[in-house]
Design a protein around this ligand. Structure first.
Ligand SMILES: Cc1ncc(COP(=O)(O)O)c(C=O)c1O
Length: 353
């Protein structure tokens, strides 16, 4: 706190990301990074970056990346907005379309939404998820300016069907529907095929999870060109060059490597099934996840104690001290070896109870 802070900064309630420990010796299953390393094509693209590309400013529009995304999605590049991580994309879209408006979301979802709502003066209406954490689509959107949903949802991992999202978008043609697909690529149906038909739909995606590029910070939005134009106006009022030359090269190579994406997504789904089975055999309830994490609790063990015991063992997972989910842990799907280390630590903890 300094006397130079403006009032708005004093009032900010920033998002707190998961811990990024300096030591490599922990089993890090707390921020949903991909279990595998990025594609070889990505590493080659990074190595091929020339000094001249660093001397000059990068392409402000990241056109090569937009073309690559558009080709994969069957859209035009005018429907793509790239950003410095999907958090930046979401922050810009919040500013562009949700500032000062009434926004409907869920009571159990991504913790950044309330932060942007406060920052940009939106009134956030948080519709409760049902007892089993599923979503009653019919309860959304009756009187709000916009709807924001993460699909799959975080931290539950539960996914909505594309047909449900289409019915929401179709029955709210004068409301913007934003679908945060940060966990795209791990089994959930994407709403991207609807973008060409609905000008009130915007999708945001992240390469952090789907393409193992959390360290590179790349995300993008897909929407009607008029919405994308609004995002570009905001972007060019903050920072004309959000994606550096290395990130553009890496992300373009990642998006273009369909084979890696397919194989890596399958590997995560397999590892998720093993982790789910392992936790199940230790008596845990595990929600059916379509993401690269699972949301789980043990009926006889408090979440806080288990979280602390795992941390003590050097196994990092995520937990929120919130009424409905305080006994639940969100565990990133790791490599087979990481999952085993987690399960061994959990079994040891249960034995000591
Ligand atoms: C639901 C959701 N949306 C968006 C993000 C942001 O992802 P990134 O900024 O790494 O693209 C995350 C990150 O954990 C997330 O869980």
């Amino acid at each position: 706190m300094s006397r130079f802070w403006v009032e708005k900064v004093t009032e900010l309630q920033p998002y707190v990301p998961g811990e990024q420990p300096a030591t490599g010796s922990v089993v890090k299953l707390n921020t949903n990074e991909h279990a595998l390393s990025p594609s070889d094509a990505v590493m080659a693209a990074i190595s091929a970056v020339q000094g001249e590309q660093l001397r000059r400013y990068p392409d402000p529009a990241a056109s090569g990346l937009c073309d690559a995304i558009a080709a994969v999605e069957g859209l035009t590049a005018a429907c793509v907005f790239p950003g410095n991580g999907s958090d930046e994309v979401l922050a810009h879209l919040w500013f562009a379309f949700l500032s000062g408006r009434t926004v409907c979301t869920l009571d159990t979802t991504y913790g950044f939404y309330p932060v942007w709502a406060k920052l940009y003066g939106s009134q956030l209406v948080e519709v409760p998820v049902l007892e089993d954490f599923s979503v009653d689509i019919g309860a959304l959107g009756q009187s709000h300016d916009a709807i924001v949903l993460a699909n799959p949802n975080a931290p539950t991992g539960l996914a909505l069907r594309r047909a449900d999202i289409e019915s929401l978008v179709a029955s709210n043609r004068d409301r913007l529907v934003i679908i945060d697909e940060a966990y795209y690529g791990f089994g959930a149906e994407s709403a991207a095929p609807l973008v060409a038909d609905y000008d009130n739909l915007m999708i945001s995606r992240s390469l952090s999870k789907s393409h193992a590029l959390a360290g590179m910070r790349v995300g993008y939005a897909l929407a009607h060109p008029d919405l994308i134009e609004g995002l570009n106006r905001v972007k060019d009022s903050f920072n004309s060059y959000p994606l550096d030359a290395v990130a553009q090269a890496a992300a373009t190579a990642a998006i273009s490597d369909a084979e890696w994406f397919e194989q890596a997504s399958q590997a995560v789904a397999q590892s998720r099934a093993q982790l789910t089975e392992g936790l199940g055999s230790l008596g845990f309830q595990v929600l059916p996840s379509m993401a690269n994490f699972v949301f789980t609790r043990h009926p006889e063990v408090g979440g806080e104690a288990l979280f602390a015991a795992l941390r003590q063992e050097g196994v990092l997972v995520r937990r929120w001290s919130k009424p409905r989910i305080g006994d639940w842990l969100r565990i990133t799907v790791g490599s087979g070896e990481q999952n085993e280390r987690l399960l061994t630590s959990v079994a040891q903890f249960l034995k000591n109870q």
